[in-house]
Design a protein around this ligand. Structure first.
Ligand code: ATP
Length: 245
């Protein structure tokens, strides 16, 4: 069941009676960036929570379907085991530990990570190379960083576990355009280093530039999917998500 990469099949998720995700199927083939677009409440965050095993913390549950990585079932695993299996998430709203130092935030990303001390040192080196500001400000409290820097920290923390697949929930949210572009450039660099990315974004223009494939989610269902350049050219996507009339 399922090929290589991350594979979501017929996934349904409920928060009690609220059916937030309804029969969604999507694939993130190894080495690719795949985007999920959709407006407020479409079910994007819920989809990522189902993959990362964090749904129970939000009162939700998978009611049908499967999530696999390289053919191995992830649904039903807790978040620590999902990280150990090679999938880690940078959550919506950044959620850095504001009172902890930047360096301790990064160390927190090692919980559940695979590999011994050399792998951990390599992960820290990689995070510092991608985001030099995090090395410069390692001893500062994370809460003192700017919004863009906190977003960088959230992404870097997720990378500390050296995931095969990185889940990004709205990395551009609330950031100035230039800062959002810098984050996007780094996501591309992370992908070029071999990490697959499942990117959830309301900023469709940014997401379609980064991704090779995209899915549009509306009220919990996939209504459109295809190569990113085709979606970017489609009238419906241009009108509804790119603000082109
Ligand atoms: P946004 O960008 O606004 O976060 P989204 O596409 O990520 O939107 P979700 O947050 O996944 O959407 O929400 C999908 C649906 O599930 C919405 O109807 C929302 O009200 C509902 N929902 C989300 N979280 C919960 C929760 N913890 N308990 C109950 N309902 C929830």
């Amino acid at each position: 069941m399922g090929g290589s990469g991350l594979c979501v099949r017929d996934l349904s998720v409920g928060y009690g009676p609220v059916r937030a995700v309804r029969g969604v199927s999507l694939e993130v083939p190894e080495g690719t960036v795949v985007a999920v677009l959709g407006g407020n409440g479409a079910g994007k965050s819920t989809l990522l929570r189902a993959v990362s095993g964090t749904l129970p913390f939000h009162g939700g549950a998978v009611t049908g379907g499967t999530v696999t990585l390289d053919g191995r079932r992830l649904d039903g695993l807790g978040p620590g085991r999902v990280v150990a299996a090679g999938v880690s998430q940078s959550p919506e709203g950044r959620r850095v530990f504001a009172r902890m130092t930047v360096a301790d935030n990064l160390r927190a990303g090692l919980l559940g990570a695979r590999g011994g001390r050399p792998a951990r040192a390599a992960a820290l080196r990689r995070a510092h190379e991608l985001f030099p500001v995090l090395a410069e400000r390692g001893r500062q409290r994370a809460g003192l960083l700017s919004g863009g820097e906190q977003q960088m920290l959230a992404v870097a923390r997720a990378l500390m576990a050296a995931p095969k697949v990185l889940l990004l929930d709205e990395p551009s949210l609330g950031l100035a355009p230039l800062t959002a572009r810098r984050i996007a450039d780094t996501v591309r660099e992370i992908n070029e280093q071999g990490t697959s990315v499942l990117l959830v974004e309301q900023n469709a223009a940014l997401a379609l530039r980064l991704a090779s494939r995209a899915y549009v989610l509306e009220v919990g269902e996939v209504t459109l999917s295809g190569p990113a350049d085709e979606l970017a050219a489609s009238d419906e996507v241009r009108r509804r998500y790119l603000g082109v009339v």
